[in-house]
Design a protein around this ligand. Structure first.
Ligand SMILES: *Cc1c(COP(=O)(O)O)cnc(C)c1O
Length: 397
């Protein structure tokens, strides 16, 4: 499907069909498509030239807006994508601690950073096996993978690699392999473990940042990571990433410190202006409460429908991120609790939604998003379409 136009909550494909969009470009468009303030900022800025290769005031303005409103970000650095943010944060953690290994969790996606394209094999603690062609064993040799919601496994990994783990990286709201909501005690347990072992805690907030609240998951769970990575929403639909966190750690980046990082188009003024316009809107009082109410309503309607019909379906949400699982489990917290066979039902559901004018990411492992542009009529239309599409999925598989 090729999309040619987006406006508010709607997208239009090349054949002229219009859909209510629940993908929102995989999360960045928290204000919806072509929001006037964002569009205006982009157009006004680009009239003065697209890039200079020097500092620009737009970069400082976006940085200031974030630092002033986010307790975990004392300093930050802009890059051009979420992947680049994670890659740079990992290098920084290694440079700061002088250690090599990184602990990640099965089912957490951190962009296409070679060393993190790894899933767990079997066993409690597994040294990574690459999950992409072109990633050599040498590159993933320093990546340790354990299951989510398993503090014991993380502790074991620290014992096994005593003094060698530079950082624990996690999506605090894992949202790239279903929505695997973690108990807050697990996340605070990781904070304590990192403190005790002298490792850095990195929250990959590329999806959750500015989404589950302006302060993202760090604010939602009230946990202060050492480093945070951002992307998606931060650029207002333009290619932007950033990493930031504790001042002392960030000072290790060049030119102040010995950890190199640079980017020709990083801090691009047009992208910075788009990000600033979008994040300014997010600071409007009640913004996040309004967004969350939409996801809560959808989840309530769908779960009640599924229960009444006896369908084995559950929906969850965290703020305005939601996920549907064709499963009878009341909670799914780990990647291995998702039954691959359930994706047959998702495929029927997905196509039934398209026929009803609702667009979602075409995979049952992907989450959906509400934007500020979705009206309550949109939410009701989406809820009705979900219920009908679920019924079809159970009739036809
Ligand atoms: C999307 C995402 C990334 C990668 O960001 P890109 O901009 O696609 O490179 C990294 N981490 C998380 C948690 C993401 O959701």
């Amino acid at each position: 499907m090729f999309m040619v136009k987006g406006e508010g909550s709607r997208i239009t494909d090349a054949d002229g069909r219009t859909y209510i969009d629940l993908c929102c470009s995989w999360g960045p468009l928290i204000l919806g498509h072509a929001h006037p303030a964002v569009t205006e900022a982009i157009v006004q800025t680009v009239r003065n030239g697209a890039s200079f290769g020097t500092p620009t005031v737009q970069e400082n303005e976006l940085a200031e807006l974030i630092i002033d409103n986010h307790r975990s970000v004392e300093r930050l650095r802009f890059v051009s994508s979420g992947t680049e943010a994670v890659m740079s944060a990992i290098r920084l953690a290694r440079g700061f601690t002088g250690r090599a290994k990184v602990l990640k969790f099965e089912g957490c996606y951190h962009g296409h950073v070679d060393a993190l394209l790894v899933q767990a094999g079997s066993g409690l603690v597994t040294l990574g096996n690459s999950s992409s062609a072109g990633v050599t064993p040498g590159v993933v040799n320093d990546t340790v993978v354990v299951g989510l919601n398993d503090l014991g496994a993380a502790q074991t990994a620290f014992e096994q690699y005593k003094g060698q783990i530079a950082a624990v990286i996690i999506e605090p709201v894992p949202a790239n392999n279903g929505l695997l909501l973690q108990p807050s005690e697990f996340l605070s347990g990781l904070r304590q473990l990192c403190d005790r072992e002298g490792a850095l805690l990195i929250f990959d907030e590329v999806i959750s940042g500015f989404r589950v609240g302006f302060e993202g998951a760090a604010g939602h769970y009230n946990i202060k990571p050492d480093l945070l990575t951002f992307g998606k929403i931060i650029g207002g639909g333009m290619p932007v990433g950033a990493y930031g966190g504790r001042d002392e750690v960030m000072r290790t980046v060049s030119p102040e410190g010995p950890v190199y990082q640079a980017g020709t188009l990083s801090g691009n003024p047009v992208a910075m202006a788009a990000g600033r316009a979008q994040l300014s809107e997010c600071l409007t009082p009640g913004f996040y409460e309004n967004l969350e109410a939409k996801a809560k309503r959808l989840v309530e309607v769908v779960n009640a429908h599924a229960q009444a019909k006896g369908h084995e379906v559950h929906m969850w949400h965290c703020a305005s991120i939601f996920w549907i699982a064709f499963s009878n489990r009341p909670a799914i917290r780990r990647a291995d609790q998702i039954d691959p066979a359930s994706m047959a039902k998702f495929r029927v559901f997905y196509h039934a939604l398209l026929e009803r004018g609702v667009y979602m990411g075409p995979s049952g492992y992907e989450v959906g998003f509400f934007s500020a542009a979705h009206t309550s009529a949109d939410v009701e239309a989406v809820a009705a379409a979900f219920c009908a599409a679920i019924d079809l999925a159970f009739d036809n598989t």
